[in-house]
Design a protein around this ligand. Sequence first.
Ligand code: BES
Ligand code: ZN
Length: 609
Amino acid sequence: MSLVSDTVDDVATASNFREVQVCHYHLDFNVSFEKKEMKGAALLDFKTNKTASVVTLDVHETLKVHKVTKDGMELKFEVSPFTGYGSTLKVQLMESVSKDEEFRLQIEYTATGGPGVCWLEPAQTAGKVKPYVYTQGQAVMNRSFLPCQDTPAIKSTYSANIKVPKGFTAVMSASESSSYGEVANMSGDKDCYFFKLPIPIPSYLIALAVGDIQSADIGPRSRVWTEPCRLEDAKAEFGGVVEDFIATGEKLFGPYVWGRYDILVMPPSFPFGGMENPCLTFVTPCLLVGDKSMTDVVIHEISHSWFGNLVTNANWSEFWLNEGFTMFAQRCITEELFGTAYACLETATGLELLRQHIQNTGEDHPLNKLRVVIEPGVDPDDTYNETPYEKGFSFVSYLQELAGGKEVFGKFLKSYVDKFKYKSLVAEDTLRYYLEYFPGVRQQTLAGGEVVDREKHDFHDWLYKPGTPPYCPDLSAGRELTEPAESLAQFWIEKGGSEPPNVDISNWKTFQVLHFLDKGYPQISNTHNAEIRLRWSKLTIKNDYQEDFPNVEEFLKSQGKQKYTLPIYRALIKGSKEAKKFANEVFSKTCDQLHVNVQVYVQEIIRAG
Ligand code: BES
Ligand code: ZN
């Protein structure tokens, strides 16, 4: 069966992936913290789809290519500019390869400090003693880690031999791993790790971390990895719950094919809540709250095991296929385990974020389209916002509603995953299968009685019209949890904080507090829950409540998650003269601790302000 995704373009890659395609990557390199480099070779096994005489790959100006060989013969190559986020490596094959031919290139290279490879000084780690390095591929940053076809349209298996200084541990997004002291090196100052993932994945999911990392069991197929000083907290936070999350995912969406599910708790500057690297989710240390109140992020990353990692968006305009379906899956698992009311509460908070985003940017903003237009040269990461998540979720909820509800739609999702696992799709492929599965939905009767094709009208509008989603799922089952939060917010709005409310919120769920903060103006400032601190900081900044600025500063220093850092700087820059000055001061103090991309985004916010 042919897919629309088989022929669509990906403007974000320089590779000739329609002609030749990588089926397997093998990495073999040394990690040096002194030089801040990874030096070695990548072996790329190719399959040929069309006769080709050149191979073009994605690299980055920070990645130095030394030599390219095929069957032991050195090949001519040239590196040229591609975009701000990558370069083109063009390799001349001596003889052209013909269709269905297989061949291997060996590329000797050194990866240094590109955007995908984050080198941390000891001071930037939790333990403060040893340095640390980790990679972050999504969306288009792995080209600074390895020469690759950096497009989610292509899936490959991978393996790796990684040598690290003694006393360091390497972990990767792989199902098999083993370690041994290096035999050939007589001085014995290196440890060697072997990894393998025999399941095809897009290049952005290849991930590595090296540091002072230890692990503890948290379930029958799960371990948590982190720096030793965090291990107890990490074990307490995730112990005994992840297996329920995975098992529920399997019940709803089919087998978990990845073998292990481990979690790596990252150093504080990790710029995301979580990253769904296969077999090994990377998470922010902000999740270590002590009461399991932020495990929704883990449920989200586990949900990517089916949506995103098995069925993948074929280019970054279709990012909603990854994130919208994952939000939907996440809320299905949440509903199974914690009940409908709680799932509705969590959904209400998410949709509120989307509402605020659309209000801030405007209904017609082009980034508020489900299928986002990415012009050549624009970094897909610069299009990141709530739309693919929550408008994506709303669309999937709408598809469920049209199909006739949870039960039938659940069966469809399972069948969809099974049919398209290990493939990359665009929306047309998803929607065509949906209409094939639910033929009754194919025709749509317009208000005037005219019968039209649903794909051409309804679905077209969902994909191409910016702004608020035309459908919102029924969240009334969440009233029992959202109502107390809303009425307390109303009380604050009416009384302006002049009278203390007679409500005990000590047993509230985190999401109830978030819902309340989103709706009203309370005085909760001493929490260590990052989600609450974000809302609180935004409120105090908005009201130019400068007494709270030290608290804001402390929060910005304690972590570097993009979704927390940027909104706070935006609020400060919009604020008073003092707030702007404060933003500049804090940024100059914390800049070095932030991920390079986050540094650039904050600089842009400050410059524009
Ligand atoms: N895959 C994303 C993180 C990401 C997106 C990294 C785009 C790089 C580019 C991950 O699954 C995610 O969505 N994380 C959320 C978690 C939340 C929605 C529960 C986050 O980091 O906030
Ligand atoms: Zn996600």
